[in-house]
Design a protein around this ligand. Structure first.
Ligand SMILES: [Zn+2]
Length: 583
C-alpha cells in the first residue's frame, strides 16, 4: 500500500474530531442543526489549524443524507463521495495556483446550475487572498446574489489581504493556533495506536516547532519517524527541527550571563556544527529569556501557562539578572532574527549577536562578578567593542562579495572571526546559476505539478525526507530543490541513491540526464538575489552612456534580456514566490 502522510491519515472526518477549534465547530454544527446556513463563510487562521478540514466536514454535513446532531454520517453515498473527492458538487479551488480571473468567471457562469447529486453546491476556495483584483471583483459579483443552492467557503491564512468588501459579505470564523498540549495529545494518540514509543521531551520539541499547526506537527513527526521507525527520540526530534535542547541553550545563556564570550561562542559554534538552524536557535533563546522574565515577575504564571519549565542551571540567574538586561537581550535577538531573513550568513549574525549580548552589559548589572567590575572590565568591553566593529565590517564585506563575485564558496575563511570555522553545507553556486540562466516559470509550474507524483514513487523514508523540500526553480533540463531544514539537506546531499531516484523520475518528463541542485530554503532568496544582481552587473559593465540616470531607459544591450531585476525575477519565478502546497 502506498505510504500516506500522517496528517492525511489522521485528518478529522467529523466536527468532533477537529482539535482545538471548539467555538468554530460548535457554531457550524448549530447552524446545521437549526438550518440557519449562510451562503458564504470565511475561515481565517494560521496554516494547518483545520480550515480546509472544517470546510470539507461542513460540505458533508449540509449534504449528508443522515446527519446526526449536525455531524455528517460518513456512511451515506454523498458523504463517501465527498470523502473520496469524487462528488462534482463539492468544488475545491486553490487560489494559490488558480489566481486568474477566468477561473472565477467560470464559477460565475456555472454557479446558476443546480447541483447534480447533492442538496448544495459547495465551493471551497483555499488561500483566497491570492486571487487577483480582477478575480476578487468577479467573486464579489457572485457573492452579492448567490443562488439558494450554493455555499461558498473561503479560507485564508492572511485575512488582512482579503478585501473588506468580500469580508463583509461572509460569515467570518477565526481559527486559532492549536495549543502545544493539544498537539502533543494528538501525537500521543497516534503513536499509541501505532505502538511506537517516544521520549516525552521529543513531542514537546515537535509541538514547539509546529507553532500551533497540527499539519506541521504531524509532518515533523513523520520525518522523525523516518529516522527511527520504532521510537521517537529527543535526539531525532532535535535533528529534524533544527532546535537545540533547553540544556544546550541554557549552557549558552550561562556563558553570556557570566560574560564569558569565548565559552558562549564555542557553545554556539558546536550547535552549528551539529546542524542547528540559526533562526530556530534565536527563537529558542527568546523563549527562554521570556520565561526568565516571567520567572522573576510571577513564577506561578510560568507554571500554569503553556510554558516549559526553566532548566535548573538557569534558575539562580532568574533573581540575579536585571529585567533591563533581559529586555535588551530579547530586543537584540529580535533584531538579529529580522536580519537573518535577508542574509545567507546566518552563522555570522549569530556570532555578532553573541558578542552584543556580552558587550551590551552595563557595568551596573549585578551579575557581573565583582572582581571584573573595575578597570579590567572596562578594557574587556573596549576590546569587545572593537571585535563587534570588526565582525560587523566582515558581515558587510561578505554581503558585498556575495553580490559581486562568482565565488563558489559562501563560507570562505573569515579573518576577523574569533572561532574555528564550522563545516557549513556547500552550495554549488555554479550549478544554481546554470539552472537559473535557463529557468522559466513554465518549467517550474510543470515540475511542481508532477512533484507530488514523483515523491509518491520514493520509499517511505526518502519521501518523508523530501516532504520538507520543494522545487523553487526549473529549466527544461534541471531543477533547484530547496530544503526547509539544513539537516535534511545535509542528509539528502549525502544520499546518492535518493538523488539517483529523483533524477530517474525527472527523466520521465524532462530532458534525459536531468540534473537536480539541492539548496537550503533559508539561503534561497539570497542565492536568487545574487544571481539577478550579477546578471544586472554584467549587463551594466557594457560601456555605459554618460548620463547615469538615463541608463535604465536605454534599450537593453542584449535585446532578449529583461530590463529590470523585477522583470527578470518574474520571468524566472512568476509573480509569487513558490509556496508549499500542502494538499
Ligand atoms: Zn452522510
Amino acid at each position: 500500500m502506498a505510504y500516506q502522510a500522517l496528517y492525511r491519515v489522521w485528518r478529522p472526518q467529523t466536527f468532533a474530531g477537529v482539535i482545538g477549534q471548539k467555538i468554530v465547530t460548535q457554531t457550524l454544527q448549530n447552524a446545521i442543526i437549526t438550518d440557519q446556513i449562510s451562503h458564504a463563510y470565511l475561515f481565517a487562521g494560521p496554516r494547518g489549524t483545520g480550515k480546509t478540514s472544517c470546510a470539507k466536514i461542513f460540505a458533508k454535513a449540509v449534504n449528508c443524507l443522515h446527519p446526526v446532531n449536525g455531524e455528517p454520517c460518513n456512511q451515506c453515498q454523498i458523504c463517501q463521495a465527498i470523502n473520496e473527492n469524487r462528488l462534482t458538487d463539492v468544488i475545491e479551488i486553490d487560489a494559490a495556483s488558480n489566481n486568474g480571473v477566468d477561473e472565477i468567471r467560470d464559477i460565475r457562469d456555472k454557479v446558476k446550475y443546480p447541483p447534480t447529486e447533492a442538496k448544495y453546491k459547495v465551493y471551497i476556495i483555499d488561500e483566497v487572498h491570492m486571487l487577483s483584483t480582477g478575480a476578487f471583483n468577479a467573486l464579489l459579483k457572485t457573492l452579492e446574489e448567490p443562488p439558494a443552492h450554493v455555499i461558498f467557503i473561503l479560507a485564508t491564512t492572511e485575512l488582512q489581504k482579503v478585501p473588506a468588501t468580500i469580508i463583509s459579505r461572509t460569515q467570518h470564523f477565526s481559527f486559532r493556533r492549536i495549543v502545544a498540549a493539544d498537539l502533543t495529545e494528538q501525537m500521543v494518540k497516534i503513536l499509541d495506536e501505532k505502538q511506537i514509543t517516544y521520549d516525552p521531551e521529543a513531542l514537546d520539541v515537535i509541538s514547539r516547532a509546529a507553532d500551533g499547526g497540527m499539519r506541521d506537527a504531524l509532518s515533523i513527526l513523520d520525518q522523525v519517524l523516518s529516522f527511527g521507525q520504532d521510537h521517537v527520540s529527543l535526539e531525532n526530534a532535535l535533528e529534524v527541527t533544527g532546535d537545540a535542547s533547553d540544556q544546550q541553550l541554557a549552557q549558552y545563556l550561562l556563558a553570556i550571563f557570566k560574560n564569558d564570550l569565548d565559552q558562549a561562542l564555542q557553545t554556539i559554534t558546536t550547535l552549528f556544527m551539529n546542524g542547528r538552524a540559526a533562526s530556530r536557535l534565536i527563537e529558542g533563546l527568546i523563549a527562554l529569556l521570556r520565561n526568565l522574565l516571567l520567572q522573576k515577575s510571577s513564577p506561578e504564571l510560568l507554571q500554569t501557562l503553556d510554558y516549559r519549565p526553566l532548566p535548573a542551571d538557569l534558575l539562580p540567574f532568574a533573581t540575579e539578572v536585571t529585567n533591563e538586561r533581559l529586555y535588551r537581550m530579547i530586543d537584540q535577538a529580535n533584531e538579529t532574527l529580522l536580519q537573518l531573513r535577508t542574509s545567507a550568513h546566518s552563522d555570522l549574525f549569530l556570532e555578532v549577536l553573541t558578542v552584543r549580548f556580552v558587550t551590551g552589559t552595563q557595568a551596573t548589572d549585578p551579575v557581573t562578578p565583582v572582581a571584573e567590575e573595575a578597570e579590567p572590565a572596562e578594557n574587556q568591553v573596549t576590546g569587545l567593542r572593537a571585535q563587534v566593529k570588526d565582525l560587523a565590517a566582515t558581515v558587510a564585506r561578505l554581503e558585498e562579495t556575495a553580490k559581486n563575485s562568482n565565488g563558489p564558496s559562501p563560507d570562505r575563511p573569515r579573518k576577523a572571526s574569533p572561532t574555528p570555522r564550522r563545516a557549513a553545507i556547500r552550495i554549488d553556486h555554479d550549478a544554481v546559476d546554470r539552472v537559473l540562466s535557463k529557468a522559466t516559470r513554465r518549467d517550474l509550474d510543470a515540475v511542481q505539478e508532477v512533484w507530488p507524483d514523483m515523491l509518491s514513487k520514493l520509499s517511505p523514508a526518502k519521501r518523508a525526507m523530501m516532504q520538507v523540500a520543494k522545487p523553487v526553480a526549473a529549466s527544461s533540463e534541471a531543477i533547484v530543490v530547496a530544503f526547509t531544514y539544513a539537516f535534511t539537506l545535509k542528509t539528502a546531499n549525502g544520499d546518492q541513491e535518493l538523488q539517483t531516484d529523483l533524477k530517474n523520475e525527472l527523466n520521465h518528463f524532462m530532458a534525459n540526464n536531468a540534473d537536480i541542485v539541492l539548496v537550503e530554503e533559508a539561503q534561497w532568496p539570497q542565492l536568487r538575489k545574487t544571481y539577478l544582481q550579477q546578471h544586472r552587473v554584467q549587463k551594466r559593465t557594457v560601456p555605459a552612456p554618460t548620463s547615469v540616470s538615463s541608463s535604465d531607459k536605454q534599450p537593453a544591450e542584449q535585446s532578449a534580456a529583461p530590463t529590470s531585476v523585477v522583470d527578470q525575477a518574474q520571468a524566472l519565478f512568476g509573480e509569487q514566490i513558490v509556496k508549499v502546497q500542502p494538499d
